[in-house]
Write a protein that binds this ligand. Structure first.
Ligand SMILES: [Zn+2]
Length: 343
């Protein structure tokens, strides 16, 4: 029996329809031929990328040479450019901006790992610290209203490079779906005095069926209205969405949880294609003037979403923006809980 479920956080509906599982594209993931020698992101090939914007070089090596733990470079195929002018123009009744913004590639590791399941806890920590450093820096640019941080892994997820990397796009506007999400979180707080994500976390903990992993500050669960099979949200009821303000001790705790989670996912899904997206609050605080006076925003929680790309969406999803998910989140969580990472 299928169900239509409502997503309180995104204000959207999803159809959970297990009977569609027979469709042949389910569980079809991409297999790529590796060519590590010509990979521009591998250690030793630094000359194949634009000059580095930032790097973690704990032993003090020179820029654009070997000896790094993570590197950040400009994207060669930029969606937006930091050199562009930041001016609103009018084309008849249409509004147009030059493509101003930051588009950076974070090269997560010097090694050409095939999957995040092979990462050490230290690899996860370095990855998070690098994201933290870039957000901290870009926060100083008053022209940037929103930063999107995301990861595409595998062809089905839109990746063109197989070497582990993350992308960051800083925009002069706040995307409409992000603005609507934070408007909802904000008005919920103003009307009830409660933080929406904290309520969702408390309900998930009480129910328990969709919880995959928990640590002191973090929880990983398959959301009630998951749009995709094995979608996992990692969030916290004690940490704000400002990742650049999270202490090292907590980032280590998160690294440990993510390492465990990815190993569990690999047991269930093999070497799966996926997207990761970080939820950040808009940097443009005009959006929520009543909380702009405080330094830390108390109502937006840290969260990252892992979306395995193992089921292709079709015309219904395109025409309605309403997804059909062929596996119940309760079943996905159960399988992930039971997966012993040592298997
Ligand atoms: Zn590589």
């Amino acid at each position: 029996m299928s169900e239509i479920r409502y997503n309180r956080l995104e204000d959207s509906y999803v159809i959970i329809a297990p009977e569609r599982l027979h469709r042949p594209d389910y569980m079809a993931w991409s297999k790529e031929e590796e060519n590590v020698a010509s990979c521009p992101f591998c250690e030793g090939n630094e000359s194949m990328t634009p000059p580095e914007i930032y790097a973690m070089r704990p032993n003090g090596s020179f820029a654009d040479e070997k000896g790094w733990e993570s590197r950040v470079v400009a994207n060669l195929f930029k969606a937006v450019q930091i050199e562009a002018t930041y001016i609103l123009k009018h084309d008849g009744a249409n509004k147009v901006w030059d493509g101003f913004g930051a588009h950076e590639i974070i090269i997560d590791t010097p090694k050409h790992f095939n999957s995040m399941c092979e990462w050490s806890q230290m690899n996860y920590f370095t990855w998070l610290k690098t994201i933290q450093a870039r957000i901290k820096d870009l926060r100083n640019d008053q022209r940037i209203a929103y930063i999107s941080v995301f990861k595409n892994h595998g062809v089905s997820a839109g990746a063109s490079q197989s070497h582990p990397h993350t992308q960051l796009i800083g925009l002069p506007i706040v995307p409409k779906n992000i603005q609507r999400r934070y408007d909802r979180i904000y008005s919920y707080y103003m009307s009830s005095g409660r933080v929406l994500m904290d309520e969702i976390i408390a309900e998930e903990k009480k129910d328990g069926r969709r919880v995959v992993l928990e640590s002191d500050s973090f929880i990983a669960f398959c959301p009630f209205a998951s749009e995709n099979p094995f979608e996992v949200l990692v969030t916290s009821s004690t940490l704000s969405s400002e990742i650049d303000k999270i202490e090292d001790e907590k980032l280590q705790e998160l690294s440990k949880l993510l390492q465990k989670l990815f190993m569990k996912m690999q047991v269930q899904l093999g070497n799966f294609d996926f997207n990761i997206s970080f939820a950040f609050e808009p940097l443009n605080r005009l959006l929520a003037p009543d909380i702009s006076s405080s330094n830390s925003n108390p109502i937006c929680r840290f969260s990252i979403k892992i979306t395995p790309r193992i089921y292709k969406h079709g015309g219904f999803e395109l025409s309605t923006a309403m997804m059909i998910n062929p596996v119940e989140p309760e079943r996905c969580a159960e399988l992930l809980r039971e997966s012993d990472e040592a298997n």
